[in-house]
Ligand binder design. Structure first.
Ligand code: KG4
Ligand code: ZN
Length: 359
C-alpha cells in the first residue's frame, strides 16, 4: 500500500510518500521557522497563510521525489494513480493550520477516488521510531512505553500493541520544547531554543551551576486528574526560576550562559528521565519509544540510553529527520493500519486538542 501523507499541524508544511507503513520513498518538509523567528514563537495566522501558499508545491515535490528521476520537478499524471490512499493529520495542533492540510487531503482523495485516512499527530510521532530500518515491526515491539516530547506536547503513552494508546503521564503546563524555547529567549540564544541550548550546554564546564526545580508536580494538584504525580511533569516553575536567577545574577559572558543553559537542560532531561525510569520500573514494557523534536536533544538521548539499559528494555529513537514534524510518520502510521478510515474520515473536522487514543 502506497500512502501520500500530509502534515500541517503547526509550522511545518510536509508531504511524504511511504510504502507499506515503513519504506519512505520521499519526505519533504518546508519549515516556517524563518517566518516566525522575528516573533520568538509561532504566529498562527502567519502559519496558516504559509501552509496555503506552500502545501501544493510540497505535495508535488513529494511525488517527484518518490516516483521521478533524480532532480525531477514536473509531476507526471500517472504518478497519481500509484497513490492508494491519502493520509492527513487532523489533530492535535493549531486549528487554522490543521484546516489547510485536511482540506487539501480531502480534495485530493475525492479527485483521485482514493480513501482518506485521518491521523492523530501524537500517535504518528510514536510511529516515527518504526520508520528506522533497524526498528522492529510495531506488532513485535510491545508492550511499548512511548514518550512524545516536542514544542507542543510532552506525554507518556502506554502502547500494549499498535493502535492501542493510553496516556499515563503528561506535562501539567508547558511542553518540554516550550520550556527550552522560553529559556533560550531569556538567555538571548534565539529561536527555536532547543537546538541552541543543546549546543551551548555542551561547552559548559559543569551541569550543576544552578539548582533548578525538578519539574515534579505536587500530589493533589487538580490538573493531574486521574494521572499519577510521579508520571507527570510541570515545567512552568522552571522558566520562572530561570527568570529570577538571571535577574539576580545576569549571565555576563558566554561561559556563564553555557553553565546556566546546561543546568536548565539538566533539569528538563532529569525530569523526563526520572518519569521514564518510574514507568519502566514495573517491568511491563519491552521498549521505550521516543519521538518529537526534543528527542533530538543529545543529553536526553544519553540519559535515556542509561535508563533503558538499566531497565533492560530496548530504546527506540526516530532518525533525526523524523524527530520533528514530518509527513512520513503520518503516511507511515496510515500504511501500518492506523487512523480514522472509511466515511468517518471524510466527515472529520480538525481536532486541535486531540489526545493519543482520543477521538
Ligand atoms: O516536534 P517539533 O519539530 O514540533 C512540534 O510539534 O512542536 O518540535 C519542536 C521543538 C521546539 O520546541 C524545539 O526547541 C525542540 O523541539 N528541539 C529541541 C532540540 N531540537 C529541537 N529541544 C532540545 N534539544 C534539541 N536538540
Ligand atoms: Zn509534532
Amino acid at each position: 500500500m502506497t500512502v501520500l501523507g500530509i502534515e500541517t499541524s503547526c509550522d511545518e508544511s510536509a508531504a511524504a510518500v511511504v510504502e507499506n507503513g515503513r519504506d519512505v520513498l520521499s519526505s519533504v518538509v518546508f519549515s516556517q521557522v524563518p517566518l516566525h523567528l522575528p516573533y520568538g514563537g509561532v504566529v498562527p495566522e502567519i502559519a496558516s497563510r504559509s501552509h496555503v501558499e506552500k502545501i501544493s508545491g510540497v505535495i508535488r515535490e513529494a511525488l517527484c521525489g518518490a516516483f521521478g528521476a533524480p532532480g525531477a520537478t514536473e509531476v507526471s499524471p500517472d504518478w497519481w494513480s500509484r497513490i492508494d490512499a491519502v493520509a492527513v493529520t487532523y489533530g492535535p495542533g493549531l486549528a487554522s493550520s490543521l484546516i489547510v492540510g485536511l482540506s487539501a487531503a480531502k480534495g485530493l482523495a475525492l479527485r483521485l477516488g482514493r480513501p482518506l485516512i485521518g491521523i492523530n499527530h501524537i500517535e504518528a510521532h510514536i510511529h516515527s521510531v518504526f520508520l528506522s530500518p533497524d526498528a522492529p515491526a510495531p506488532r513485535e515491539a510491545g508492550p511499548v512505553l512511548a514518550l512524545v516530547v516536542s514544542g507542543g506536547h510532552s506525554c507518556w503513552v502506554d502502547m500494549p500493541q499498535p493502535g492501542a494508546y493510553t496516556i499515563i503521564g503528561q506535562t501539567l503546563d508547558d511542553a518540554a520544547g516550550e520550556a527550552f524555547d522560553k529559556a533560550a529567549k531569556l538567555l538571548g540564544l534565539g529561536y527555536p531554543g532547543g537546538p541552541a541550548i543543546d549546543r551551548v550546554a555542551r561547552q559548559a564546564a559543569r551541569r550543576d551551576a544552578v539548582a533548578f526545580p525538578k519539574g515534579r508536580p505536587k500530589p493533589g494538584n487538580p490538573a493531574l486528574g486521574a494521572l499519577q504525580a510521579e508520571l507527570c511533569v510541570s515545567f512552568s516553575g522552571l522558566k520562572t526560576a530561570l527568570m529570577y536567577h538571571l535577574r539576580e545574577q545576569p549571565a555576563k559572558d558566554e561561559a556563564r550562559v553555557a553553565e546556566v543553559a546546561a543546568a536548565y537542560q539538566e533539569a528538563i532531561v532529569e525530569a523526563l528521565a526520572e518519569r521514564c525510569e518510574r514507568a519502566l520500573a514495573g517491568g511491563r514494557y519491552r521498549a521505550l519509544a521516543v519521538g518529537g523534536g526534543v528527542s533530538l536533544n543529545r543529553r536526553l538521548r544519553e540519559r535515556l540510553a542509561q535508563v533503558t539499559e538499566r531497565a533492560g528494555v530496548r530504546l527506540l529513537l526516530a532518525e533525526p529527520r523524523f524527530c520533528g514534524d514530518n509527513a512520513a510518520m503520518i503516511a507511515g502510521l496510515a500504511g501500518a493500519g492506523g487512523g480514522v478510515r472509511g466515511e468517518a474520515a471524510m466527515r472529520l473536522d480538525v481536532s486541535p486538542a486531540l489526545e493519543a487514543g482520543g477521538c
